[in-house]
Design a protein around this ligand. Structure first.
Ligand code: HEC
Ligand code: HEC
Ligand code: HEC
Ligand code: HEC
Ligand code: HEC
Length: 362
C-alpha cells in the first residue's frame, strides 16, 4: 500500500499549496480574466466539463476513489494529493479550490517541468504571489512579484507539463502534442494565445495582450482556421482536394475526436456528387476499439499529422461550370461513443464543428 501510494504521489504535481483564486486577478486584469473564464482551462473540471465528467464516470479509478485526472484537470485543488490517492477523498463541487480549473496562479507559478514516462510533472514555485511572465517592459504590480527570467515560460514550454504526452499502463500514448518528448521550443503560444487588442492591466494602458481564451477545438476555433488550407486540384478524369495543415501536432489530439472532409459538387444548381472522408485515430486492443485504460495499440490512424498536406482523390469527373464545395469539420465525441458515455443530449458533445470551408468553380 505504501509503495502504491508513493507511486501515485510522485506522478502528481510535487508541490501542494494554496493558490490565489482566479477572482483575485479580475480587478487589474479584467480583459484577460473574462477571456480566461470562457476557456477550457477555466472549465476543465468534472463540474464544468460534461465530456470529462462522462469519461470519469465510467473510469475504473472512480471506484477506487482515485481522481488521478486532478494533476491536469483540477491542479489548483488544496487537497490535490488526497484527491489523486485512492481513498475516501473524492471530487467535491462545494470546494472552491476544485472549481478553479487550470488556474491563473497555477499556470503562472510553473517553474520547471520534469519529464516523466507516463506524463510530465509540473514543478511549482513556493510563493503564492510570484508569477512568471514574458513581458520584459512591464511595470511593477502592487499585488504580486513578476519574474520574466524563467526560460520555461519564455519559450512557451510551460504547456508541456500537461500537454506533452499521457501514456496508460501498457505504455500506449493516449494523447500527445510532443511525441518525441522534446520540450524545448514548443511554441504553442503563438497560435493558441495570439496577441489581441486591449490592455494587459488597468494600471498601465497597453495596445495588446496575449489571448487567454485558449483557442482550441471547443472554443474560438476561428482563430486557428488560418493554419489549415483547403486546396483544389482538378484533373482530367477526377479531382483531388488537399488539406494542408500547419499545426505542429495532429490536427485533433484527443482519442474521442473525429474529423472529416465533406465534398459536394453542384451542377446547374443541383447536387450531383457528395462524399465524406473521415480522419480518425482509434486506440484499442486485438484490432478492436477499447476505452483508453484498456488500449494496447493504435487500431487505426488516418488523422492528419503534424505539418501534413493530405490529398484525397474523389473519383468523379467534373464539367466546366461545376461548383465544388469542401468543408473540413469535426466532432468532439465520436458518434458511437455518445450513447456509451450518456452524452446523447449534450449539445457540446453532439455538435458538428466547422474549422474551414472553401468553394471552387471549374
Ligand atoms: C497529463 C495530464 C492529464 C491527465 C492526468 C488527464 N488528462 Fe484529460 N486531458 C488532458 C489534456 C491536455 C486535455 C486536452 C486534450 C485535447 O483537447 O486534445 C484533456 C482532455 C480530456 C478529455 C476531453 C474533454 C473534452 O471536453 O473534450 C477527457 C474526456 C479527459 N481529458 C478525460 C480524462 C480523465 C477521465 C482523466 C483521469 C482518469 C484524465 N483526463 C487525466 C490532460 C490530462
Ligand atoms: C492590484 C493590481 C493587480 C492584481 C490584483 C493582479 N495583477 Fe498581475 N499585474 C499587475 C500589473 C500592474 C502588471 C504589469 C502590467 C504591465 O506592465 O503592463 C501585472 C502583470 C502580471 C503578469 C505579467 C508578467 C509579465 O511581465 O509577462 C502576470 C503573469 C500577472 N500579472 C498575473 C497575475 C495573476 C495570476 C493575478 C491574480 C492571482 C494578478 N496578476 C493580479 C497588477 C495586478
Ligand atoms: C495544468 C495542466 C495544463 C497546462 C499547464 C496547460 N494546459 Fe491546456 N489543457 C489542460 C486540460 C486538462 C485541458 C482539457 C480541458 C477539458 O477539455 O476539460 C486543456 C485544454 C487545452 C486546449 C483545448 C481547448 C479547446 O477549446 O478544446 C488548448 C488549445 C490548450 N489547452 C492549450 C494550452 C497551452 C497553449 C498551454 C500553455 C500556455 C496549456 N494549454 C497549458 C491542461 C493544461
Ligand atoms: C501553427 C499553429 C499551431 C501551433 C504552433 C500549435 N497548435 Fe495546437 N492546434 C492548431 C490547430 C490548427 C488546431 C485544430 C483546431 C481545431 O480543430 O479546431 C489545434 C488544436 C489543438 C488542441 C485541441 C485538440 C483536440 O483534440 O481537442 C490542443 C490541445 C492543442 N492544439 C495544443 C497545442 C499545444 C500544447 C501546442 C504546443 C506544443 C500547440 N497546440 C501548437 C494549431 C497550432
Ligand atoms: C495555461 C497557462 C495560463 C493560464 C491558465 C493563464 N495564463 Fe497568463 N499567460 C500564460 C502565458 C504562456 C503567457 C505569455 C504569453 C506570451 O508570451 O505571449 C501569459 C501572459 C500573461 C500576462 C502578460 C501580459 C500579456 O497578456 O501578454 C498576464 C498579465 C497574464 N498572463 C495574466 C493571467 C491571468 C490574470 C490569468 C487568469 C485570469 C492567466 N494569466 C491565466 C499562461 C497562462
Amino acid at each position: 500500500m505504501r509503495a502504491l501510494l508513493l507511486g501515485t504521489l510522485l506522478s502528481a504535481a510535487v508541490f501542494a499549496g494554496q493558490f490565489m483564486p482566479n477572482s483575485a486577478c479580475k480587478e487589474c486584469h479584467p480583459l484577460i480574466y473574462e477571456e480566461f473564464q470562457s476557456s477550457m482551462h477555466a472549465n476543465s473540471t468534472i463540474f464544468k466539463d460534461p465530456i470529462h465528467k462522462a469519461v470519469w464516470n465510467i473510469h475504473p479509478l472512480k471506484k477506487k476513489g482515485s481522481y488521478d485526472c486532478a494533476a491536469c484537470h483540477t491542479p489548483a485543488a488544496d487537497n490535490l494529493q488526497k484527491l489523486i490517492a485512492p481513498g475516501d477523498v473524492v471530487p467535491d463541487e462545494n470546494d472552491e479550490s476544485q472549481n478553479q480549473g487550470v488556474s491563473c496562479a497555477y499556470c503562472h507559478r510553473i517553474k520547471d517541468i520534469k519529464i516523466g514516462l507516463k506524463q510530465n510533472i509540473n514543478i511549482l514555485n513556493e510563493k503564492p504571489k510570484l508569477y512568471y511572465g514574458t513581458k520584459q517592459d512591464h511595470i511593477k504590480s502592487p499585488f504580486h512579484e513578476i519574474d520574466t527570467s524563467n526560460a520555461n515560460f519564455l519559450k512557451g514550454n510551460v504547456c508541456m507539463g500537461c500537454h506533452s504526452h499521457k501514456k496508460n499502463r501498457f505504455g500506449l500514448n493516449l494523447c500527445s502534442t510532443n511525441e518525441n518528448m522534446e520540450i524545448e521550443k514548443s511554441e504553442c503560444v503563438s497560435c493558441h494565445m495570439p496577441k489581441v487588442a486591449g490592455s494587459v492591466s488597468t494600471l498601465k494602458e497597453t495596445q495588446k495582450h496575449s489571448f487567454h481564451g485558449f483557442a482550441g477545438a471547443h472554443r474560438y476555433n476561428e482563430m486557428l482556421s488560418k493554419y489549415v488550407d483547403i486546396e483544389f486540384l482538378p484533373r482530367l478524369e477526377d479531382f483531388e482536394i488537399a488539406v494542408n495543415s500547419k499545426a505542429p501536432h495532429d490536427l485533433l489530439l484527443h482519442p474521442l475526436r473525429v474529423s472529416f472532409l465533406k465534398v459536394t459538387v453542384i451542377r446547374n444548381g443541383k447536387q450531383v456528387f457528395n462524399k465524406k472522408e473521415i480522419f480518425v485515430r482509434i486506440i484499442g486492443s486485438d484490432g478492436k476499439p477499447t476505452p483508453p485504460w484498456k488500449a494496447k495499440e493504435v487500431v487505426k490512424d488516418t488523422m492528419i499529422k503534424a505539418n501534413e498536406k493530405r490529398s484525397v482523390k474523389f473519383g468523379f469527373k467534373l464539367q466546366k461550370g461545376d461548383k465544388i464545395k469542401a468543408v473540413l469539420g469535426y466532432r468532439l465525441v465520436k458518434p458511437p461513443m455518445l450513447k456509451k458515455l450518456n452524452l446523447q443530449n449534450d449539445e457540446t458533445a453532439k455538435k458538428v464543428y466547422v474549422l474551414k470551408k472553401a468553394e471552387f468553380t471549374l
